[in-house]
Design a protein around this ligand. Sequence first.
Ligand SMILES: Nc1nc2c(ncn2[C@@H]2O[C@H](COP(=O)(O)OP(=O)(O)OP(=O)(O)O)[C@@H](O)[C@H]2O)c(=O)[nH]1
Ligand SMILES: [Mg+2]
Length: 373
Amino acid sequence: MPSIEEQIVAVEDEIRNTAYNKATQLHIGRLKAKLAVLRLERETRAKGKGGGVGYGVRKSGHATVGLVGYPSVGKSTLLNRLTAAESETAAYDFTTVSIIPGMLRWSGASIQILDMPGLVPGAARGRGRGREVLSVVRSVDLVLFLIDPDHRDLRALMRELEGAGVRINERPPRIVVQHGERGGLTVSSTVRLTHLAGGMALPIAREFGLHNGSIVFREDATSDQLIDVLAGNRVYVTSLLVVNKADLLSEEDRARFVRECRPFEPIFVSAKEGQGIEPLVERIGHALRFIRVYVKPPGRPPDRDEPVILRQGDHVAELLRRLPGELDRSFKAAQIWGRSARFPGQTVGREHLLADEDVVTVLIARGSSRPAG
Ligand SMILES: Nc1nc2c(ncn2[C@@H]2O[C@H](COP(=O)(O)OP(=O)(O)OP(=O)(O)O)[C@@H](O)[C@H]2O)c(=O)[nH]1
Ligand SMILES: [Mg+2]
């Protein structure tokens, strides 16, 4: 019986060597499902041996950003440039052997930046510190891919992450899978399926041992997306691409990077010389989709110096959780001024969606001890 690793390599080879067309579509979908199942198996075994979980970095700040790149591209130099951290840097590979955190401030938000050991192909199989790096990547809010003039293969870097169940700049597929006890498997969809038409979903589901239950497609998903949902342990992270050592690049070199990296829009920096750092920090802040909310105590002006930092998509409920005291229980209503308000001073409930630079007064129920700000 070949080992899991050998089986994975064999399936990967077969996928690579099968030309994709209408006739092989189903076969390839099934192979990909098989591969996903084998990888899940590998993860489970690694965890059992205690090799699964990484460094146990303590997350802090409003968001966490991971620096991901090949050895020697300048991750540690960049961390030191962005934060007060002092991570060792050197002109040889694998200088950094553990996760080094630093803190960056952006418009009142604290952003934790994690420097990591260099990533090399084969990381998911445990090469280098790959497994630990990948497990940390799974928990960050934003990945900064770092490449440089000598290490420019972004695709291979992304493939490493993808192989570990990380989905980059994608959103979770709109597919709902339910497991049942008996009665077979039903597939339905609210849209026309072009990739998985004609029962293509069934053999893929079977690879995952799903024989009873239902699959509902709410979008025209691909087999890869179905596999992601069936595998169930995928994480969806946003990423930015940084080209470091821009001090070594000519105008033509830069233009080539821009062409090679599409659809990414690379941010050129020189961590060593300090070029391009401010635009990078801006892009990080925007990618994290922070919003600033100013709390206004009743009858007093808002506190403009200390915004509460939330993320786009957050509601009054998330704001309440951030404020001191037992506001969640004594909350009656909120009054809103700003972009999310239909008119100044609109009264809203917990489910109100907040916008950047909103001013909010929290009203608490009569009988509660403290008027909340
Ligand atoms: N020319 C130039 N060299 C740089 C720049 N940033 C880093 N370097 C050099 O690149 C080498 C590697 O830098 P590190 O910051 O140690 O790289 P790393 O990505 O942390 O490397 P590992 O920890 O081994 O993965 C060092 O010699 C740095 O001085 C830059 O912007 N321009
Ligand atoms: Mg380093």
